[in-house]
Write a protein that binds this ligand. Sequence first.
Ligand code: ISE
Length: 340
Amino acid sequence: MTRLAIIGAGLMGEDHARIVGRDLPGALLQVVCDKDPGRAEAIAKAHGASDVASDPEATIARDDVDAVIIASPDFTHAPLSKACIAAGKPVLCEKPLSQSSAECLEVIEAEQNAGKQHVMLGFMRRYDQSYIEMRDALTSGRLGRALMMHNFHRNVETPAADFTGAMAITNSAPHEFDVVRHVLGTEFTSVTAHQPRRSDTRVAPVVMVLETEDGQLVTIEINNNAAYGYDVRAELVGEAGSVAMNNVAYTRTDMKLASSTRYDADWRGRYHEAYVRQNREFLRFVETGTLPEIASTAWDGYCATVVAEAGAMALATGQKQPVQLMSKPEFYAGRKGAAA
Ligand code: ISE
């Protein structure tokens, strides 16, 4: 049995605890750690954890913890990932690795110094069937050369009233930055960012246009106040055809001369399957020491953050910004993606 610690007992910590408790044969929820003991207790009780704790570093170092899931606030992700590397424990860290590319580099450096990869990053969309099929359509050659990828990412409303366009780029868009790099198997080279005007003070949608090294165009709309539901769409356009994501709805209701399907209020339902697959792959990584081929690594976390920084700059200046990555360390070689 692999003994797991979950750090952070918020929305995502609870979701991971549920997955470990119900959908992860071979894993034991050993400890739930949160600064708020009441929250840790509640989640531990609901999902069968053996123990609770409030000190993340001490939890990571425990002898009865084999691996760690980090679901605490964003600013803790990099320092706690480094603590896992220092303790020699595999870690599934929620995105983003850090909102600062310089801090991502610290994690990369720590991992390289340790001599092996410890960090699997929670960009769970890589495990979503729609993106898997898009990537397959490219790698099999069926779709011909990729030309464009269009992406829509809509939340019902922002988590905070003072949410900004820059936050849409650094908080929500990294999912697209990561999964598009993964599907296309290339890197971004530039980004422009635009916003329409709303009638109220809420953050307006952000639309980005990105270019890739391989000459593709990528559009990303982030609408954090879409009002109607959690809705993610994507279409990959190749020279021989296109692959578009269907809306995921298990049922349709036909009534009173109308037909309707429903939307979830947030991402947890839409991506439940992807989270389960991701966490099972993490468990296999802990058991075998080999990172799954499609897993997002600390390097991928760095790349997503560099694109986010360039995107935020593009929005602030109104100017096209270059996306400048350092050259990929040999340590992470062979993990570029589909069309590499
Ligand atoms: C949010 O920031 C997330 O991290 C979720 O994973 C994502 O699906 C959601 O739409 C974002 O806004």
